[in-house]
Ligand binder design. Structure first.
Ligand code: IPE
Ligand code: IPE
Ligand code: MG
Length: 261
């Protein structure tokens, strides 16, 4: 989307409009990954049950998916449910699954309008059948879209993904001498996708909680105290602007600016 169009979307004089003007669209992160955290704390601050935080977090998901697509982000990955999250009370898990189903049903048209392709990363066979069905519909209906790829990490664990990839590589008969980092990456859920450039975590926790362990090797990490249900387009823009100030060295050194030429 052009800057003019983006500015039509961001109200004149708003914080969003001022942030959008500062974005360098030639240096956008290609893949943004988000650990959506803090729903429970958001609810606790309001003396509400934890699930109300999850419910409120849906509005943030909607805003971030749409904003990312508008900005021209190529891949967005949202961490919705980890393999460890089954440790939570069954009622909380059930509400999370129900919300996910509802989100997909309500947002499908929006995903189509915005040309977004939807995909799931994680162990889907362990998810309830009705959730799997909804995910299949979402994937099928958005299959031919060519805009942003929206990965939802569901029943996802980074270590589980790596072990599964190793198992698949063995089953495929991959010879040890043919095993390279690139070849191994083709057995991960994210095969064919660029690694995340920017990893965002909300609610202030300084950990990666088993998220995309292989893929975030050189991701720039941005942590905000903002709780996920309060996270909106302006926070995403702040993260992107901060990312654009970073010096990504990948283990090398920064080339000094050439003076006098
Ligand atoms: C993130 O919010 C949502 C999921 C992990 C599904 P939390 O539920 O972890 O909220 P906090 O961290 O307890 O505040
Ligand atoms: C990370 O949040 C998982 C998701 C956002 C789905 P958690 O709340 O589960 O992580 P920890 O327990 O604080 O590490
Ligand atoms: Mg949490």
């Amino acid at each position: 989307m052009s800057l003019e169009n983006l500015l039509t979307w961001a109200p004149a004089g708003s914080r969003e409009a001022s942030l959008v003007r500062q974005v360098n669209f030639d240096r956008l992160p290609v893949h943004v990954a988000v650990i959506m955290d803090g729903n429970g704390r958001w609810a606790a601050q309001r003396h509400l049950p934890r699930v109300e935080g999850h419910r409120a977090g849906i509005d943030s998901v909607r805003d971030i998916v749409e904003t990312s697509a508008r900005l021209g982000i190529e891949v967005l990955t949202l961490y919705a449910f980890s393999v460890e999250n089954w440790k939570r009370p069954p009622t909380e898990v059930a509400v999370l699954m129900g919300l996910l189903k509802r989100y997909l049903r309500l947002e499908l048209e929006n995903l189509l309008v915005n040309d977004i392709r939807f995909q799931v990363i994680g162990r889907q066979d362990e998810l309830p059948a009705d959730v799997r069905r909804e995910l299949d519909v979402g994937r099928e209906r958005t299959r031919d879209n060519h805009g942003m790829l929206f990965n939802i990490a569901l029943n996802y664990g980074g270590r589980a993904e790596i072990v599964e990839a190793a198992r698949r590589a063995i089953e495929d008969g991959l010879r040890p001498s043919d095993l390279t980092e690139q070849r191994f990456g083709e057995f991960l859920y994210t095969a064919g996708q660029p690694d995340p450039d920017l990893l965002i975590r909300t609610s202030g926790e300084m950990r990666v909680s088993n998220f995309l362990l292989w893929q975030i090797a050189y991701a720039e990490i941005w942590v905000t105290e903002t709780l996920w249900p309060d996270f909106r387009a302006r926070h995403l823009l702040e993260a992107i602007l901060d990312y654009q100030k970073r010096d990504r060295r990948y283990g090398g050194i920064t080339q000094p600016a050439v003076v006098g030429h």
